[in-house]
Write a protein that binds this ligand. Sequence first.
Ligand SMILES: [Mn+2]
Length: 431
Amino acid sequence: MSKLQILKDTAASGPGQTESGSKSATSATSLLSSASASPRTKRKYKETLNFVSFHSKVNMRRKWRSKKSAFYKFVDLESDFDSSELNAYTGPRLESTCVVDQGNIDELQQFYVKQSGRLHRKYVYRILILAEQVYRTESSLLLDVNLPADALINICGDIHGQLYDLIKIFKLQGPPSATNYYLFNGDIVDKGQHSIECLLLLLLYKLVYPQWVFINRGNHESALVNVRHGFQKELLQKYPQDLFLFEFFGELFKWIPVAHLINDKIFVIHGGLPDQPDLKIEDIRQKKPPIEAHENEMIAGLLWSDPVLINGISPSTRGIGVFFGPDVTQSFLERNDLKCIIRSHAEVKSGCGLSHANCYTVFSAPFEEKGIMGGLIELRGDTLNLQGNVFKACGQEEAVALLEGNADYEGAAGDGNFNGSKRQVTENLLQ
Ligand SMILES: [Mn+2]
């Protein structure tokens, strides 16, 4: 059997044969790079690359390049995806020539919510590649947000794959703009049914509005956690032919910031404070991506810890991170001249609330059966005052109506009485 034949056979046998495909492809590679190979042989083997399976191509490129290379260097968007499959695909397209805009967001939201559609994996890779390019330019795991006096920022807690609630948040609070910022405080994936949809939409929002939309990493933005809590399973169900997507997501997560500091006063992290009595903001600012939470005690604490009412630091029942008391918060705030901490990571019945003095929790994945509302915190740029908003869980039907601008929902949105599903929380709830 000729090498060409072997490669063709491997390509036809699909991803289940990645290992043998990789070996054959490597033989082709070594022949290609061999000085003795004639131009005709080289051309012939270059042609054979067209018949190698996607997995073999990615594996080959990974052998050629440093492991630290950006993931996009292992994927060729223009040639790696089957053209007949793409021709048959009827969903949204994000071609390399288009600059992503609100139109792409609208189209993808409609496709996900109304048709329960599945974005072609070529475009999943495209969003990941664009996002990776953005996050690889960040030099710190802590980002500063300068909120103008006439703007507010919507700080949202855990989303956990609840697509319809995510749609509702944007409908309730309005599109991102120069006066309407967003900060999603981690745990976008796992547990819910639509982790990939939520993550891709939020990454698109980040790409379209980089100066107004921010994303913090949660403890669930980690491949190690995703293996046990649903995101990996969801990916394998929705993209069974692809073994690299999960790995690519895991690589991207290591680059996502873990903390945001708003106007030098409001500290936003997913979990809480680590067991580090002298912790300064600068200690976090000096940490550079990529880094996994479990590799660093400080990062693990920021992503996994929880506030409690008992003073001091105590062991967490989560087995990672710590429980920290009001005195720990107070001394951290004084040491760093901050006003308060906003964190997520735990269900709150009223959507958001005060956990202990100057430490607020916001959770945006409502759970009707458990009586848990969705919450978000509005923070004003001029006064840095907080206001908690809550919303009821949103189903697919309501999300479709919201996207269609159904008068019953849309008309009520402006006056703060969102068809009975939104109510303003008095500021007292947050004090
Ligand atoms: Mn969490």
